[in-house]
Design a protein around this ligand. Structure first.
Ligand SMILES: Nc1nc2c(c(=O)[nH]1)N[C@H]1C(S)=C(S)[C@@H](COP(=O)(O)OP(=O)(O)OC[C@H]3O[C@@H](n4cnc5c(=O)[nH]c(N)nc54)[C@H](O)[C@@H]3O)O[C@H]1N2
Ligand SMILES: Nc1nc2c(c(=O)[nH]1)N[C@H]1C(S)=C(S)[C@@H](COP(=O)(O)OP(=O)(O)OC[C@H]3O[C@@H](n4cnc5c(=O)[nH]c(N)nc54)[C@H](O)[C@@H]3O)O[C@H]1N2
Ligand code: SF4
Ligand SMILES: [Mo]
Length: 714
């Protein structure tokens, strides 16, 4: 086909919070400046020319008639609270950027003067994972202001702490290398829903005889497509990992040479794992997986890679660490390839995150030293984002110091995604709280804002990005002009810094300067990687040691470990405790609840877009149950049920569909304002934190279910 002279193609990067960080080719019509097509970059070795179902329909989101296009201010006298979709503008009036920035700056100055700057709380997560959009000028701004620091724990901090404990660095097997594996464990990993670009490599491995075993209490699409699905009881992964270690060490299946060279603490771990309580029969009771299966899996896992067999690779994802003892669970699983030496083989090992492979210079971007120039002249207090409800309610924000008097939200929709929603919303409803929200849409969170500011999508801004599921750095070029008056995070916080009167020149830095700062390092992994080269080539693989097949080989040699012992760390030995909210401790609320992500949304993103809603229509408003829990409660398919615990309740429709086992119920995320009674499943989740890393514990939640109405026609 001849090139169409009226269009050009721009290389962008999907900035959503997804391990795949796809290269995206955007076709732009030159006459109108509009994007007319998005497609996966065929030259990107992981994207391989395709996009997930969500982003394949991205132009419906970019050009949605609901985009927030102008700064807005809450109308006088309108109370904060949920607004019906499409009618949000009734609560707000349009203002200019100048008026908005002046008002935000003067309110923040007044609040800082009266209550101290730590009474200002930034709240952001991963609306974009571009280096600039996720954390650069925003951090400079809040550091210089002396605002509270936010501990960003809502997703991955327990698993991150686990990798740091065992390996000292967040590095893992490359997705491409999974094609060489002979046994793949998807452990708390919904690959087909959340990480689709790993799937072709798994399929390639299976064409060569690999087995895929999924360890997940929910029968995901991934589980349905696997060779074996082990429906483990939620929160019991430490027990299963110890059971596997028990068999491996009892039968002498560990790789003694590798263990000797590359690990520390085997004697202690062995004494612990060989205790009777970790024998397969005992582990079967805790996990619900029968003893023979545990024995068989342990042998298969340990013997993979040996005698010419293809090796074992674990795709550990974040599912297991959203649990009360999830940090220990992730540590225990992360120790398995250390025992068997799976790291020695092309395609073996484990991937939880590859984010630590990228030496981006975040200190240069975020300038924590600016806290010294703030009125505090010291590091500000730290507030854990997974306890937002408590932070907004307590007179000392739950951590000491002043109450929270201003909340500045960007890259996040906490009204929908934060745990213990009723407390979060109670806090956000306060009229003595000044709330600013920078967003692409009117969300559940903007419903509580005093000032709303318009943000661009990744097509409308420039950024540089790594990935947490592969090893390529990419530049995302700006493909189209920002819609309406949208301003990106860099410009917003740079301008605000000026309005606050901060004298530092760093508030004038623009995208290209920031990208250069992010990339400028002597670290050999970024050798030869410059902005200019990335602009030319789109994506560049970071420099990592590879084997003779070109496979990335982390942890094949002791030099890789960054732990204090300089080895893979097997201590402290992982100890299994059942979560406080789990069947082992159930009383008033006997059912284990999985408050899940949607396969066709991104957390709460896309939940408002009709084309995405149609893809999710089959799961909308459902509570998935097992017949053995439904029948004694008199519940049949289609009945309206109330799901409740001491924190809240939601109304859903029962669905007895075989996706969950006895004792487990599941439902998926939704915007509050799109539910039938105005709150989503986070009305049920708690602010309890994980054992290490201070993470959220969405998947340790107990509930009870009762029938409200029979299904129509019953
Ligand atoms: N389509 C889509 N893709 C996404 C997202 C999305 O919302 N939708 N979200 C993105 C984000 S923010 C992230 S962090 C990644 C996360 O990707 P994943 O880590 O895959 O995250 P989850 O879906 O939370 O959990 C994975 C699986 O763990 C299971 N699980 C729950 N509890 C346990 C347990 O105790 N033990 C075991 N073994 N399994 C358990 C869940 O049922 C789930 O199927 O995905 C990203 N990609
Ligand atoms: N029940 C339950 N709750 C969960 C989870 C779960 O599995 N179950 N998952 C948890 C996890 S893993 C995560 S990571 C969190 C995710 O929580 P969030 O990071 O809050 O994720 P989203 O819901 O996707 O909301 C991101 C928002 O950022 C906006 N945005 C995108 N780009 C930009 C930008 O450039 N600038 C600005 N200002 N805004 C932008 C989007 O429009 C979107 O509304 O949710 C957590 N909550
Ligand atoms: S959401 Fe993930 S899979 Fe989909 S386009 Fe973005 S990076 Fe790729
Ligand atoms: Mo996440």
């Amino acid at each position: 086909m001849p090139d169409n002279p009226a269009t050009h193609v721009v290389h962008a990067v999907c900035s959503h919070d997804c391990p795949d960080s796809c290269g995206v080719l955007v076709t732009v019509d030159e006459a109108s400046g509009r994007a007319t097509k998005v497609q996966g970059d065929p030259s990107h070795p992981v994207t391989r020319g395709f996009l997930c179902g969500k982003v394949a329909k991205y132009l419906d989101r970019v050009y949605s008639p609901d985009r927030l296009l102008y700064p807005m201010r809450r109308r006088a006298g309108v109370a904060k609270g949920s607004l019906p979709q499409g009618r949000e503008t009734e609560a707000f009036e349009r203002i200019t950027w100048d008026e908005a920035l002046d008002e935000v700056a003067s309110r923040l100055k007044a609040i800082a003067a009266e209550h101290g700057p730590e009474s200002i709380l930034p709240y952001s997560y991963a609306g974009t994972i571009g280096q600039l959009g996720y954390g650069s000028m925003d951090r400079r701004f809040f550091h210089r202001l002396g605002a509270s620091q936010l501990d960003r724990t809502i997703c991955s901090s327990a698993g991150g702490a686990a990798l740091m404990s065992v390996y000292g660095v967040r590095v893992g097997t490359a997705p491409e290398d999974f094609a060489h594996a002979g046994l793949i464990l998807a452990w708390g990993a919904n690959i087909h829903g959340n990480n689709i670009h790993l799937w072709p490599f798994i399929e390639e491995a299976r064409r060569h005889g690999a087995r895929l075993v999924v360890i997940d209490p929910y029968k995901t699409r991934t589980a349905a497509l696997a060779d074996e699905h082990l429906a483990i009881h939620p929160g019991t992964d430490t027990a299963l990992a110890l059971g596997l270690m028990h068999v491996i060490l009892r039968e002498g299946l560990e790789d003694t040479d590798y263990v000797e060279r590359c690990t520390h603490g085997l004697a202690e771990l062995k004494a612990h794992a060989l205790r009777l309580e970790h024998a397969p029969e005992a582990v079967a009771k805790a996990t619900g997986i029968d003893a023979a299966t545990i024995e068989r899996l342990a042998r298969h896992y340990a013997q993979a890679g040996r005698n010419g067999r293809r090796p074992a690779a674990i795709r550990l994802n974040y599912g297991i660490q959203r649990s009360e003892n999830g940090g220990t669970a992730a540590r225990a699983v992360a120790m398995l390839p250390l025992l068997t030496g799976a790291w020695r083989y092309t395609g073996g090992g484990l991937q939880l995150s590859t984010s630590g492979s990228f030496p981006f210079q975040s200190a240069a971007l975020q300038m924590p030293e600016l806290m010294q120039a703030s009125p505090l002249a010291r590091a500000a207090r730290v507030v854990n984002m997974s306890r937002l409800g408590e932070a907004l309610a307590a007179a000392d924000a739950g951590v000491g110091g002043p109450p929270v008097k201003a909340l500045f939200v960007y890259n996040s929709n906490p009204a929908a995604v934060a745990p213990n929603q009723n407390d979060v919303l109670r806090g956000m409803r306060r009229d003595d709280l000044f709330t600013v929200v920078h967003e692409q849409f009117f969300t559940d969170t903007t419903d509580y804002a005093d000032i709303v500011l318009p943000a661009p999508t990744f097509l409308e801004t420039k950024d540089v990005q790594g990935a947490y599921g592969h090893h390529f750095v990419q530049i995302s070029q700006q493909a189209i002009s920002p819609l309406g008056e949208a301003r990106n995070n860099v410009r917003l916080f740079g301008e605000l810094g000026r309005r606050m009167g901060f004298p530092e020149a760093c508030f004038d830095d623009r995208e290209d300067e920031l990208i250069d700062q992010a990339l400028t390092t002597d670290d050999p992994r970024f050798e030869g990687i410059t902005r200019e080269r990335l602009e030319r080539e789109g994506h560049v693989r970071i420099t990592m040691p590879v084997d003779r097949h070109g496979a990335v080989l982390p942890f094949s040699v002791p030099e890789w470990f960054r732990t204090p012992s300089g080895r893979g760390e097997l201590t402290p030995v992982p100890v299994f405790h059942a979560p406080t909210e789990s069947r082992a401790n159930a009383a008033d609320y006997p059912l284990e609840f999985l408050p899940r992500k949607a396969d066709n949304y991104m957390n709460s993103t896309f939940a408002n877009i009709p084309v995405h809603q149609r893809m999710e229509a089959k799961t909308a408003g459902l509570l998935e149950m097992h017949a053995s829990d439904a029948v004694p409660r008199g519940i049949a398919n289609g009945d309206e049920v109330e799901v409740f615990n001491s924190r809240g309740s939601v109304k859903l429709r029962a669905h007895v569909d075989g996706h969950v086992g006895a004792g487990v119920v599941a439902a998926r995320l939704e915007w509050n304002k799109l539910t039938r009674d105005g709150s989503n499943i986070n009305a049920l989740t708690s602010e309890r934190l994980t054992d290490i890393g201070g993470g959220a514990t969405f998947y340790s939640t107990l509930v009870e279910v009762r029938k409200v109405h029979a299904a129509p026609g019953e």
